[in-house]
Design a binder for this molecule. Sequence first.
Ligand code: TLP
Length: 345
Amino acid sequence: MEWIDLRSDTVSHPTPAMREAMAKAVVGDDVYGEDPTVIQLERDAAALFGYEAGLFVSSGTQGNLIALMTHCPRGSEVICGDKAHIFVYEAGGMSALGGIMPHTVKVQADGTLALDDIVHAIRGDNYHFPRTRLVSIENTQNSAGGVALSPTYTQQVAELAKRHGLKFHIDGARIFNAAVAYNAALPELAAGADSLTFCLSKGLCAPVGSVLLGSATFISEARRVRKMLGGGMRQAGVLAAAGLIALHEMRHRLHEDHANAALLAEGLSDIPHLRVLSQATNFVFFWLEESAPITPAEFEKRLQAAGVLLRPYPGYARKYRCVLHYWVDRSRVERVIEAVRGALA
Ligand code: TLP
């Protein structure tokens, strides 16, 4: 069966053009700094966002961990959202491997951290306290509904961080979706951030990889941390080749996923026993009401029988996240709407 997989955009697989580029990629040993395709990806990514340098890493999780470990000495603190991916969904890596303490503040409904909350979370200069080193935001904010944060807000956080002598990191796993949502230039969304990670393997369809961006000095230190974590890859150009297509071609079609998400939200909105909670960028969240004639497990089973893969959002029994991507076009969205209607009839 050909699945319509809405569980995440991480499930997107490489396009035929990517597979061809991967087969033909010129490669070298990247730990020796000799893989021309990786070097090109890192340079192109840095240039696009206005950073000095980039580092190709195996995943968004690894990119964030490397950034945190490069910025923060052991025992220091990062201020981040209570729904931030680095806090909730990265297996506690910052603490387990970096000895870094998360200091969480509430993620607002619009995905931001209130500036006052950030200021209040900054530790005073007192030897009882851990030292605050870093502020981190997430754009788009996954758990808040895939909402995009504006260039203005990003700039405000950057200024706040600077004023208080803190470093500033952006988990920009889906930053290209944010750029589409705000029709913003990429450097605007990164302006003032000391580091940023973005993913090639979500809506952009590359099979593997993320890029960490920062100053030349920061990236050189980050390269050591990547090696320490076992993330030094060898002929990684086969992966970077797909990454280059993601970076230069696939990001230009993300508006289609946003339009399909809006279409899906609209189509689901009048189905009984289901409440659409939000739609933003390529995400739709809905709630399966307690009044539904079937259990969530049965709902998923019926959808699966109709070729649709959906799962509750981690930590919730009845809250579903649908993530649109390249492999779910408009006609498939229409099939999903019919499948959901049928499952709940
Ligand atoms: N998010 C995944 C799951 O881990 C929840 C998903 O399906 O959305 N930052 C953000 C904002 C993310 O959403 C993710 C992946 C990551 C980082 C980590 O990326 P990977 O999976 O490449 O380690």
